[in-house]
Design a protein around this ligand. Structure first.
Ligand code: EPZ
Length: 427
């Protein structure tokens, strides 16, 4: 397993390209199952999770073609075509590698009336249940059986519209139910739907494919089922979490970086939290320019469903405030175990105490480089951010976590002046 070696203390300066959003791509790709015509996605990021999703779709009979992507280019163009579904089973060995595979359940069921998907199981940050996905699909008329670790969903007479109210907000459950509802007979109303920008991206793509969806971007989605969808070409939104992550990286080094392709509109609460910490993201024609006004200030923020502060930014902002003047409180309300980065940051000299759902961070003057272990995607980025500011060398092991969600990370950071390299070997 590869490692990443970082020598910290250098100010990041220059231009850094933001890629297409991982969490939009992982919902947009399964949408290809809803039609036998080609769906072309532009600005697709080059990520391990995207490749895993493509591999899974191939197993189901979806052909995938990547338009001549030069190795050094960003934003691949991928055309998917589910001309004929040859399998309705998403096997364990793929699903265990990427939980988002569960997002083939809704579209497969809508297209074929049958889907057998391995239960994704938990991961480092929590046990990640799928009960809300299943209840939503049952409301649309699916019969759900759980059998030896697999979910078997059938709808022999097709799906029928329903009123579905989610007791808690779930991004994946909203996506699965939305993709099933677009081909259901009649009207579906989804109350307490998740409002994440990635869901807006999915809904807009579905509309481009002929779906009828009202209330896009709100917690109440109204879907009028149609008999079929047609192909479309759709551009994946820029990755707001990657943007926030690199903003933290630039800010912790006191740098000044233009995040090319970043968009402000979907960055609400992240911008607010960074502004409180003393970091400004200024709109420019090509994207967002990030720099620090003065020193970093401590902040108090809690994660929440969109438009609240994203849980996917919690670890990265924690790294940033470890060297702020003053204390910070971060409260994680979405996942039960999303503080795996804390002991690793402590190895670098951070002063953090976790009590229940809250982490109390006292700013320290300086971090020191150390060998640290990546445990999950966003925790890994938190360690990279800390390493960029730490005195000396930081070795981040198990960087396969990073490769799931950050396209060409070391190349992007080296491009703005970081002393960073990937070392092949036994991380
Ligand atoms: C999506 O995961 C994202 N993944 C996550 O990003 C993100 O952290 C999360 O949304 C929250 O924003 C993708 O989009 C591929 P949820 P998802 O369903 O859909 C509970 C990253 O780092 N819940 O909104 O799995 C669940 O346990 C990843 O890019 C149920 O109880 O998240 C959690 O506490 C990590 N039952 C809460 O809801 C269910 O059926 C939110 O989960 C489903 C979820």
């Amino acid at each position: 397993m590869d490692q990443i070696r970082i020598r910290g203390g250098l100010r990041l300066q220059g231009r850094l390209q933001i890629s297409g959003a991982k969490n939009a791509a992982l919902a947009l790709m399964p949408a290809a199952l809803l039609t036998d015509e080609p769906l072309t996605l532009r600005n697709l990021p080059r990520l391990a999770d995207v490749d895993t999703c493509g591999h899974l779709l191939n197993q189901l009979g979806v052909s995938t073609h990547i338009e001549g992507a030069r190795p050094d280019s960003f934003g691949r163009v991928l055309t998917l075509r589910a001309g004929r579904i040859t399998s309705t089973t998403a096997p364990y060995d793929i699903v265990r590698r990427m939980r988002a595979s569960i997002l083939v359940l809704g579209p497969l069921l809508a297209r074929e009336g049958l889907a057998t998907v391995s239960r994704p199981g938990g991961c480092a940050i929590g046990n990640r249940p799928i009960d809300l996905h299943l209840k939503g699909l049952e409301a649309l008329g699916a019969t759900i059986e759980l059998d030896r670790g697999y979910v078997r969903a059938t709808a022999s007479r097709g799906l029928s519209g329903a009123r579905i109210t989610f007791p808690t907000v779930s991004v994946g459950a909203t996506e699965n139910v939305l993709m099933a509802a677009v081909l259901a007979k009649g009207m579906t109303v989804i109350e307490n739907a998740a409002r994440e920008p990635e869901i807006v991206d999915l809904a807009r793509c579905l509309v481009a494919m002929g779906a009828r969806i009202d209330g896009i971007g709100t917690e109440r989605l109204e879907v009028e089922g149609v008999s079929r969808l047609h192909g479309a070409t759709y551009r994946v939104m820029p990755d707001r979490i990657e943007t926030g992550s690199y903003a933290c990286a630039a800010a912790i080094t006191g740098g000044d970086v233009l995040l090319v392709g970043a968009e402000r509109e979907t960055m609400g609460a992240t911008l607010q939290a960074l502004a409180e910490a003393g970091v400004e993201l200024l709109p420019e024609p090509e994207g967002l320019r990030v720099r620090r006004r003065n020193g970093l200030a401590g902040i108090s923020v809690q994660t929440a469903p969109y438009p609240g502060f994203p849980t996917d930014m919690q670890a990265q902002v924690m790294a940033l405030v470890t060297v702020a003047e003053g204390a910070s409180i971060l409260t994680e309300t979405i996942f039960e175990n999303r503080y795996m980065h804390v002991p690793e940051l402590a190895r670098m000299g951070a002063d953090i105490t976790v009590r229940g759902r809250s982490a109390f961070i006292r700013g320290v003057g300086r971090l020191t480089g150390a060998p640290v272990m990546a445990t999950d995607l966003r925790a890994s980025m938190s360690l990279v951010i800390a390493g960029l500011a730490a005195e000396g060398e930081t070795l981040v092991r198990r960087v396969y976590h990073l490769d799931r969600g950050y396209e060409r990370l070391e190349e992007k950071l080296a491009g703005v002046g970081a002393d960073i390299e990937r070392i092949a070997g036994d991380g």
